[in-house]
Design a protein. Structure first.
Length: 389
């Protein structure tokens, strides 16, 4: 049996220019998630930790940041847990690579002759972990855009050095019309032909698991969301390979939460909101400094309700890690009897409501919503006017 902790896309040192004053706090969260991943590996007594690209957000990092990473890897070294790392598309193995600038292996306490920390490179595409009866393959290129698939020509089944065959790829699964232009792409057919027991993937920030042929593959996702719309991030994977029943293709993959950031999408019926203050008071009951809250106001909005989403967000700031409020409600159509069609108000209301019905029947929702706003404002402006045409 072989036990693995699989992580990727930690993106340490990301600048988060879109987060303003929260950027530094989020960098701390990302490092905390990396530390939590190391702690989990030690607690679970895994055999190998796989870091599948983009450990760093860029190749330009201060030495102190690299030293912090090395200190965490040293904990794995001291626990006799092997770590295998491949560069990604952010910390690409080019001439300015952070892995060329710093000897992360030595900084982590791994000696030149041991396999406790291994960084795969164009010159070293695999490592035989003899004590774990495993070979880890990770073809790495010296350019961000791969000249070919990292799995091209791989048939690990022919490798007799060890029982377990594990692959590392930082790239996209081929999806016609969607990933054709990505820097690194592998196909499910290549995965099936690879002879691997497990393929650890990085680059997509949401966790997911699949199988192609006899090979189980998975994205661990980012251990802490890199952007605040990645609600499937925040995890690492614990992978167990065993030959139960003689089936050596068996892989058990288990998600574990290590990130702090959580997400909630909330829909609020505008018809049930009396005032903006009431809405704010209700949302504040769920205050959580680790929560990214996405609020959508839906339904039919009463004319008496005056909402300013910027003001609502400002009032909620500080109660949540991040909050977004979007008004997707629609103004009500005319209630009660319509004014006479011979009046300006009556003619206007009938004409606009008929046009709204046509647009909704045609499926042009944006235009219909725009006209509902026109109708609402027109009703307010024409209220009480019975001027004849």
């Amino acid at each position: 049996m072989l036990r693995i902790l699989h992580t990727a896309d930690v993106h340490l040192g990301a600048r988060h220019a879109d987060m303003g004053e929260q950027a530094a706090a989020h960098r701390d969260r990302q490092f905390a998630a990396f530390r939590a991943s190391v702690e989990l590996a030690i607690q679970e007594k895994v055999d190998v930790v796989l870091i599948v690209g983009d450990l760093f957000d860029s190749n330009t990092q201060p030495k102190r940041s690299v030293e912090r990473v090395a200190a965490e890897l040293r904990r794995l070294v001291e626990a006799r847990i092997r770590t295998v790392i491949i560069p990604g598309t952010h910390d690409v193995y080019d001439r300015s690579s952070i892995y060329r600038a710093y000897d992360l292996k030595a900084m982590s306490g791994s000696g030149p002759e041991d396999d406790l920390v291994t960084i795969l490179s164009p010159e070293r595409p695999d490592v035989h972990l003899a004590s774990n009866d495993a070979v880890v393959y990770g073809t790495v290129f010296a350019t961000k855009r791969a000249p070919r698939s990292p799995l091209a020509g791989l048939d690990a089944a022919k490798d007799e050095r060890a029982t377990w065959k594990i692959g590392l790829v930082h790239g996209s699964l081929a999806i016609a019309g969607k990933t054709d232009g990505d820097e690194v792409v592998v196909t499910r057919e290549e995965i099936a032909a690879s002879g691997l027991h497990y393929l650890a993937l990085g680059h997509w920030h949401s966790s997911q698991v699949g199988k192609s042929g006899g090979t189980t593959y998975a994205y661990s996702g980012a251990p802490e969301p890199v952007a605040l719309d990645q609600d499937r991030a925040g995890k690492v994977l614990l992978v167990t390979l065993d030959d139960a029943g003689g089936d050596r293709s068996h892989a058990r993959v288990e998600e574990r939460q290590v990130g702090r950031t959580v997400f909630q999408q909330l829909e609020v019926d505008a018809g049930k909101i009396a005032t903006q203050a009431q809405l704010i008071e209700g949302l504040l009951k769920g205050r959580n400094p680790d929560l990214v809250l996405d609020v959508r106001i839906i339904g039919v909005r009463p004319d008496a309700l005056d909402l300013d989403t910027d003001e609502v967000e400002a009032q909620l700031r500080g109660a949540f890690f991040r909050v977004r409020v979007r008004d997707r409600s629609t103004p009500a159509l005319t209630e009660g009897a319509l004014p006479s069609p011979d009046t300006i108000a009556g003619a206007f209301l009938r004409d606009v409501e008929a046009r709204i019905a046509e647009l909704e029947a045609a499926g042009d929702v944006p235009a219909a919503e725009e006209l509902r706003d026109v109708l609402r404002l027109g009703r307010l402006l024409l209220a009480g006017q019975e001027v004849s045409l």
